[in-house]
Write a protein that binds this ligand. Structure first.
Ligand SMILES: Cc1cc2nc3c(=O)[nH]c(=O)nc-3n(C[C@H](O)[C@H](O)[C@H](O)COP(=O)(O)OP(=O)(O)OC[C@H]3O[C@@H](n4cnc5c(N)ncnc54)[C@H](O)[C@@H]3O)c2cc1C
Length: 234
């Protein structure tokens, strides 16, 4: 299997970076090919702008998604975007590794999604969900956070963790056709003991070893919707 890890932490010695290193070691050790896009090390530019396009379909008015399509077809996307798209096209499994920021992902990773997961390749028209451009690939989200596990759940103070992550799990990854595996979550990371953090790494190794047994999250199937994406009467 070919694995791309997109890593978004600003401190190479962080626990979150140790989680990324753990995945590289575990997956390589199991014979898989692994590439890492370490966004901070790459000084990744997260801002979607006109500078991303070498030639414009419409030089007078920027419609970002239309220019994504046009420039992909013309081979004139910015080199950093084109290189990341090629890595995603190469991989069978995409891992997004990050610390939770404000119930969401860090801006540098959001900017990777905005600029790399382009219209016309990842999605487009009705090429979404089980007809999305990334069908056949899997995705895994691995994150660390400060909150305790009991703070997340149906009756818990912050609600369900999957609800927090829905924009990423469904709105980005599922929407583009990835089979999205259950996320791996390291809770309360800065406040637990070194031994407890060691246990989180051991649990992550086990999660990675059993990926094939994990049931992907359920998202809409286009077969259940009509041409206007209204639910079919059953
Ligand atoms: C802007 C912002 C927004 C945030 N929003 C949220 C939020 O909405 N909800 C929430 O719950 N949290 C939130 N947080 C907290 C954040 O998610 C956590 O602080 C982060 O995920 C902890 O992981 P880390 O890798 O950064 O920890 P670090 O502080 O880097 O690491 C914790 C400890 O682990 C040690 N360590 C490093 N490597 C290892 C290893 N191999 N084995 C054992 N120990 C090791 C480190 O030395 C350190 O002492 C937010 C933080 C910020 C900055």
């Amino acid at each position: 299997m070919k694995v791309l890890i997109v890593h978004a932490h600003n401190e190479p010695r962080s626990f979150n970076s140790a989680l990324k290193d753990c995945a590289v070691e575990q997956l390589s050790g199991a014979g898989h090919e692994v590439q890492v896009s370490d966004l901070h090390a790459m000084d990744w530019n997260p801002v979607a702008s006109a500078a991303d396009f070498g030639c414009r379909a419409n030089p007078d008015y920027l419609v970002y998604a239309l220019e994504q399509r046009h420039n992909y077809e013309a081979g004139t996307l910015a080199a950093d975007i084109a290189a990341e798209i090629a890595k995603v096209q190469w991989c069978d499994l995409l891992i997004l590794n990050f610390p939770l920021y404000w119930f969401s992902m860090p801006a540098i990773l959001k900017g990777w999604i905005d600029r790399v997961m382009i219209s016309g390749v990842f999605y487009g028209g009705k090429r979404i969900y089980d007809r999305g451009g990334m069908c056949g690939k899997r995705a895994l989200v691995a994150l660390t956070l400060g909150g305790r596990e009991h703070m997340f759940g149906p009756q818990a103070i912050h609600g369900e963790i999957h609800t927090l992550l829905r924009p990423l799990l469904q709105g980005s990854l599922g929407y583009c056709g990835f089979a999205v595996l259950p996320p791996f979550i390291g809770y309360h990371v800065p406040y637990v003991s070194t031994e407890a953090r060691g246990q989180i790494l051991a649990d992550y190794r086990r999660h990675l070893d059993t990926l094939d047994n994990l049931e992907p999250l359920r998202f809409p199937s286009l077969g259940d919707y009509d041409d206007r994406l209204m639910p079919l009467a059953r």
